[in-house]
Design a protein around this ligand. Structure first.
Ligand code: GLN
Length: 488
């Protein structure tokens, strides 16, 4: 096995035993990046030099800890990729936008502080749809990322760079962000694992805001164990984020029990819709049958307001985005294009700094919030959001987790949906309800359709990450899908 193919937990074991050094591991990943990055294009910024230096330091620390018999932190010496919307001190954080092309944050996001404390070696900042708005990574202001399974196809989005980097072996694990599906959908399309934690589980401090009531940072990894390991590190209360919740963080790896006997799986009929790809439905139905065969109880359920989730999201998320993105005025930071007066300077800066999708969202959001339309659009969407949450509340009285496809299709072709925003938005029909309800969900590989990976989504109640991880782990251990890697 090649070193860049290792999972976090495998790499950790080898480092612990002294069978491999962090320098070897990081060098292997750097070489892999050099080999495949020109084709995949996962990264906006690479930090290979710093990574190799950090690896040397990690090796010294590992040697010292081994000598004194102390525990080796779980991420020590392991190369991790970070979505380029999470602030990293001294390292450019662009959000894949021209407006922040040269922005260097003066501080680390809370998740970065936590990962560094656990010993992470950051390998680079990954590509995304501008400000995380999109489902294909084609909205990046710089270049699209390609799907490692088929370079003519998209990796999904908006965390497409993070998912492609994991699938291509350009890092050992990564972080993405999920506002409407951006961790789970690219994970599904790239054949890897993506976990969206419960709203409030992970601090958003230092995550550049898209839609603050929906955004959540989550791990994208090669297997479920790694997702649990990363969640252990990034989860927890943070006084810097008033929406982070002060509930104890369990050891999520303890939830990794390969047993689903008696667990009640809800299968929502609204998630098996017309227009969904046949091969996707087949793979997901087979995965559900497999879980049933393993002893889970399958119960058909209804989430009756599902069809309103997408329209509600496309009012709430743009409304919040229009407010959040008002700060990019050229005065405080980022791009500044001076004009003859202040208004003209704003117009030039924002007009040139934002791409078309971001502008579309700002206009939609500003309209939905404007006097006279607020009640009809924004307020109504908030009411729908409550109904969607209540659908899930009722369902979780009856079942432990809900299983469904992550995405209605496999990876689509580059360019296929760029001219049709509605078609692009439909990519997230199955992931958006989870964000609106504030609950958690994971996508794990469950098969292939036409040679491309299919994702199984497992949704759980608020702070139900343990049961979600358990079902995901049990399925993973009983199948081989997570071991499949694209040939590059
Ligand atoms: N694709 C959705 C959107 O464009 C979700 C994006 C996300 O989760 N960041 O808004």
């Amino acid at each position: 096995m090649k070193l860049y193919e290792l999972t976090i937990h495998e790499a950790h074991e080898l480092l612990k035993k002294g069978e491999v050094t962090s320098s070897e591991l990081v060098s292997a990943v750097v070489e892999r990046v050099e080999g495949v990055e020109p084709r995949v294009k996962s990264y906006i910024t690479l930090t290979c030099e710093q990574a190799l230096e950090r690896a040397r330091q990690a090796d010294e620390l590992i040697a010292r800890l081994r000598k004194s018999g102390e525990e080796i932190p779980p991420l020590l010496g392991i190369p991790i990729a970070i979505k380029d919307i999470i602030c990293t001190e001294g390292i450019r954080t662009t959000c894949a936008s021209r407006i922040l092309e040269n922005f260097i944050p003066p501080y680390d996001a809370t998740v970065i502080i936590r990962l560094k404390k656990a010993g992470m070696v950051m390998i680079g900042k990954t590509n995304l749809d501008e400000f995380a708005m999109g489902s294909s990574t084609e909205n990046s202001a710089f270049f699209p990322t390609r799907n490692p399974w088929d370079l003519e196809r998209v990796p999904g989005g908006s965390s497409g760079g993070s998912a492609a980097a994991v699938a291509a072996g350009e890092c050992i694990g990564s972080l993405g962000t999920d506002t409407g599906g951006s961790v789970r959908q690219p994970a599904a399309l790239c054949g890897v694992v993506g976990l969206k934690p419960t709203y409030g589980r992970v601090s958003r401090y230092g995550l550049v805001a898209f839609a603050s009531s929906l955004d959540q940072i989550g791990p994208i990894t090669k297997d479920v164990t790694d997702a649990a390991l990363l969640l252990n590190i990034i989860a927890g209360y943070d006084p810097h984020d008033s929406t982070s919740v002060n509930v104890p963080v369990p050891d999520y790896t303890k939830a990794l029990v390969p047993d689903v006997k008696g667990i009640k799986l809800g299968v929502p009929k609204e998630y098996f819709i017309e227009g969904m790809e046949e091969g996707v439905e087949k793979a997901v139905r087979e995965a559900i049958a497999k879980l049933e065969e393993m002893g889970a109880e399958v119960i058909e359920i209804s989430l009756p307001h599902t069809e309103y989730a997408l329209p509600a999201y496309y009012l709430i998320a743009p409304a919040e985005a229009s407010a959040n993105l008002a700060r990019y005025d050229g005065v405080k930071y980022g791009l500044f294009l001076p004009g003859p007066d202040l208004w003209e300077s704003y117009r030039l800066t924002r007009g040139n700094g934002f791409g078309p999708e971001v502008k579309r969202r700002i206009m939609l959001g500003t309209y939905a919030l404007s006097a006279g339309y607020y009640d009809a659009y924004y307020l109504k969407a908030q009411k729908v959001r409550t109904l969607i949450k209540q659908d899930f509340d009722r369902a979780f009285e009856q079942v432990d987790v809900i299983v469904a496809p992550t995405s209605p299709t496999v990876a689509f072709r580059l360019g296929e949906k760029v001219d049709d925003p509605l078609k692009m938005y439909l990519s997230d029909v199955f992931t958006i309800p989870v964000n609106l309800a504030g609950i958690c969900g994971i996508s794990i590989p469950c098969g292939f359709s036409g040679g491309l990976p299919v994702g199984l989504q497992i949704m759980g109640p608020a702070f139900g990450e343990e049961i979600v991880l358990r079902v995901a782990y049990a399925y993973e251990q009983a199948t081989e899908w997570h071991k499949k890697r694209p040939e590059l």
